[in-house]
Design a protein around this ligand. Sequence first.
Ligand SMILES: *[C@@H]1O[C@H](CO)[C@@H](O)[C@H](O)[C@H]1NC(C)=O
Ligand SMILES: *[C@@H]1O[C@H](CO)[C@@H](O)[C@H](O)[C@H]1NC(C)=O
Length: 214
Amino acid sequence: MAALLCFVVLLLSPLLSHAADPDPLLDFCVADLNSSPSFANFPCKPTSNVTSEDFFFNGFMTEGNTSNVFGSRVTPGNVLTFPALNMLGISMNRVDLAPNGINPPHSHPRATESGVVLKGKVLVGFVTTGNVYYSKELVPGQMFVIPRGLVHFQKNVGRSKALLVTSFNSQNPGAVILTNTLFGTKPSIPDHVLTQNFQVDASVVHGIESKFRS
Ligand SMILES: *[C@@H]1O[C@H](CO)[C@@H](O)[C@H](O)[C@H]1NC(C)=O
Ligand SMILES: *[C@@H]1O[C@H](CO)[C@@H](O)[C@H](O)[C@H]1NC(C)=O
């Protein structure tokens, strides 16, 4: 009986794999960003056109501009900015936070996130589907993980600038930023939906919307 169970588990193990993106079918497939109507499945650049430069990304060398209301800047190193990631199922972001800056509550529908703080003091928090809040203040060298799809944020709670690098098990993790998702859509979600949801007057909804409608 135990042997049979082991056999069944072995048989199912590929299905139990936690990979977020499908496994690659080639050594590489540097995305040809110009020739695709959709970023979900880029065709490959011809191998004869691929050079060393394709496999290196300079986008994280410069500090992100944090002169905005949140005091933060996420610089993505995903398939859209670094086409060699196409088909490989991974990506990274550089996150700069000014003192008191926040990378506001958001989730990544297609990836688990891990990250490491390189500079400053950063409060990292996430919330489970059962509404339990987990958090910790991190200093340089400390790493964190945000399980796939869960709402989380990073906030600079130190006196100086903070820098972190995050990584994802998707070439294009996507970001659902809660405020924009509810208050910054085009067209907007009807007032009666938001007033009923938040149990507030339309004026409160309009006040919030005015800050997130661009
Ligand atoms: C490949 O390189 C050739 C020659 O430089 C160029 O004409 C062509 O547009 C390139 N194709 C792609 C898909 O990059
Ligand atoms: C940073 O962004 C602000 C606001 O968009 C802009 O005014 C400023 O010129 C930018 N600074 C740099 C160095 O690009």
